[in-house]
Design a protein around this ligand. Structure first.
Ligand SMILES: Nc1ncnc2c1ncn2[C@@H]1O[C@H](COP(=O)(O)OP(=O)(O)OP(=O)(O)O)[C@@H](O)[C@H]1O
Ligand SMILES: [Mg+2]
Length: 327
């Protein structure tokens, strides 16, 4: 049985650009899928196709058990969406924006008011609740937009870069909100440029590049694909690099990498911490002084970079987001 979010062979072209080139996804109910990928990979396009905002050229999608192309209206009633660019009415206050969403979903006025107040509290917007949102900061708008997506608790939610532009405290709080939602049975598809976020929240991760899913699995599975642990040693004297490199090659499980200018030698290993003490002993026995030594496990960043090779772009996006958050 397909999951709560299911896509098969989604294709979407814009002129010459193949934004989606056959995307398959399957998200079991009550789980979080993290969609990762460099800028322009097709993440937002996939979200828009799945949320009925965009019609794919071909392919099939089923959300909350409903065929997206055949019954878009029914799908819209079953989903919540928070887009990459906050969609709030500038001239309404935060409270009015949330109440309006409740009314759109045919809530009674009293219920809509209560729900709006709850969400304003949860997203730390109570103080600013009665100001027009055009006076809100970027992070406040983003929080209001997320709150709007949560007015009704739909069984399936889509969040496109939900925490971009949020400061670390607000980001962590949103993570808690998301965890609560999911433990209540909500299925979530989330795109993010923060790999730590995917690591934290997503049961499964799909890496998208050039409109295709190029890898999928749990964070651990993806990390294992990239290669396991490695030992990094920084020697004190440049002339010790060669000998230390030989020691590491003998104890490790592959070729060493040497970064001359940093006096750093890296080697893939198995055996973790135990091997670390062996390395220290061997180097010490040869009179090689070390400035630093450590066991490194691959991070999702390593995975992302090795899979997509778009280091510069990913970093640029993160830097931009950090800059935003710092404003
Ligand atoms: N309405 C559109 N018209 C023309 N091209 C589009 C349109 N929407 C998206 N594209 C193109 O499709 C590709 C995928 O865009 P998309 O917005 O899905 O990427 P993304 O993975 O969400 O990127 P980001 O990380 O920057 O948000 C890009 O090359 C983009 O320029
Ligand atoms: Mg996007």
């Amino acid at each position: 049985m397909p999951g709560a979010i299911y896509a098969e062979g989604l294709v979407k072209t814009f002129g010459d650009v193949k934004a989606l080139d056959g995307v398959d996804l399957d998200v079991p109910q009550g789980t979080v899928l993290g969609l990762l990928g460099p800028n322009g990979a097709g993440k937002t396009t996939a979200v828009r196709c799945l949320t009925t905002l965009l019609r794919p050229d071909s392919g099939r999608a089923v959300v909350a058990g409903i065929d997206v192309l055949a019954q878009p209206d029914a799908v819209r009633r079953s989903i919540g969406l928070s887009g990459q660019f906050a969609a709030v009415d500038e001239y309404l206050t935060g409270r009015e924006n949330l109440q309006m969403v409740g009314q759109l979903y045919q809530m009674r006025s009293r219920t809509a008011k209560r729900r709006a107040a709850e969400l304003l509290e949860q997203f730390h917007l109570t103080e600013a609740a009665d100001r027009p949102t055009k006076t809100y900061s970027g992070g406040m708008r983003r929080r209001l937009d997320l709150a709007a997506a949560l007015v009704v608790s739909p069984p399936v939610m889509f969040m496109d870069e939900p925490t971009t532009g949020l400061d670390p405290r607000n980001r962590q709080q949103l993570w808690e909100v998301i965890k609560d939602l999911v433990s209540g049975g909500t299925t979530l598809l989330l795109t993010t440029q923060y790999l730590e976020e995917a690591d934290h929240l997503a049961h499964d991760i799909a890496v998208v590049d050039h409109g295709r899913v190029i890898a999928q699995g749990t964070s651990d599975q993806l990390k294992a694909r990239t290669g396991g642990e490695r030992v990094e040693v920084v020697v004190h004297d440049r002339e010790h690099i060669r000998t230390a490199s030989e020691v590491l090659r003998a104890l490790g499980k592959g070729e060493t990498t040497v970064q001359e200018h940093m006096r750093k030698i890296t080697v893939p290993v198995t055996g973790g911490a135990k091997l670390l003490s062996e390395v220290i002993r061997e180097l010490d026995g040869r009179g090689i002084e070390i400035d630093d030594i450590g066991l490194r496990r691959p991070t999702l960043d390593d995975v992302f970079i090795s899979l997509t090779g778009h280091l510069a772009e990913a970093r640029a996006a993160e830097a931009e987001a950090t800059e935003e958050a710092a404003k």
